[in-house]
Design a protein around this ligand. Structure first.
Ligand code: NDP
Length: 257
């Protein structure tokens, strides 16, 4: 007797050999010139996708194509998309909104300027990019939007009211995009990394590092590549029915999202 097909397996049993060949996707990663964004861009490129990164100044990283973009400026975003789509030869199919900043400070002393700057880059910047990206995605009836948030968006962080609010806002953004455009083949998801081994975390004192590590069930920080692999999965064909989700990549730090 055969077992009836369960949910999710579509009733077919395929082996790795039967996987269809990888269809290269047109990917744009904001802030892809360094850090986590660069790891994400390199991961897509290594998988055979067509990738363009945005950078604010300087040049594109070695081996990747880049366009200049400041996500706090609508004209700059629109120009960057036009240039990226010219390089890719087609509209952007995968947007990874990764560009982000911190300007930490205690609430009582936080200036309007520091609060606004972080919201403008991390949340409004992602909105500007998503608004431009969906033009092509709606026409194509296919698109993947991945917003890079943070464990701090849901857990909060003392001294990070601006950053945490901006990263929490990305959840509402992804979920509203899902409700608005879920029927057009577009998914929007949030990837929420915990501590990641970057230049920033390398500079932590041994004492602070030990304190942070004590709160992480995995007992270590993530590598940028571990974040990149999750982003690639949620942007890929296996995650077509995943939308409006918050996917933590935090070693268990933020359990309870
Ligand atoms: P980095 O500081 O290394 O890189 C940030 C990137 O964003 C840079 O490419 C930077 O460009 C770009 N950027 C900043 N402001 C703007 C702007 N106005 N317009 C366009 N690009 C801009 O950060 P990380 O790689 O550490 O972080 C990447 C993302 O991951 C961020 O959203 C961050 O909040 C999030 N994150 C990071 C964690 C960590 O442990 N590092 C943990 C959880 C989330 P430029 O080079 O020109 O400055």
């Amino acid at each position: 007797t055969s077992t009836p097909p369960g949910p999710g397996d579509g009733g077919t049993h395929s082996t790795a050999d039967e996987q269809p060949p990888h269809q290269p996707q047109a990917v744009l990663v904001t802030g892809g010139n360094r850090g986590i964004g660069l790891a994400i861009a390199r991961s897509f490129a290594a998988a055979g996708d067509d990738v363009v990164v945005t950078h604010r100044s300087g040049t594109a990283p070695e081996g990747l194509r880049g366009v200049v973009c400041d996500v706090t400026d609508t004209e700059s975003v629109d120009r960057a998309f036009a240039e990226a789509e010219a390089l890719l030869g087609r509209p952007v199919e995968v947007l990874v909104a990764n560009a982000g900043i911190t300007k930490d400070g205690l609430l009582m002393r936080m200036s309007d300027a520091d609060f606004d700057a972080v919201l403008d880059t991390n949340l409004t910047g992602a909105f500007r990019c998503a608004r431009r990206a969906v033009k092509g995605m709606i026409r194509a009836r296919h698109g993947r939007i991945v917003l890079i948030s943070s464990v701090v968006g849901l857990l909060g962080g003392a001294g990070q009211t601006n950053y945490s609010a901006s990263k929490a806002g990305l959840v509402g953004l992804a979920r509203s995009i899902t409700r608005e455009l879920g029927g057009r083949g577009i998914t929007a998801n949030v990837v929420a990394p915990g501590f990641v081994e970057t230049e920033m975390t390398e500079q932590l004192s041994e004492e602070l590092r030990t304190t942070y590590l004590a709160g992480i069930p995995a007992g270590r920080f993530a590598t940028a590549e571990e974040v990149a692999r999750v982003v690639r999965w949620v942007a890929g064909p296996d995650a077509g029915y995943v939308s409006g989700a918050v996917i933590p990549v935090d070693g268990g730090l933020g359990m309870g999202h």
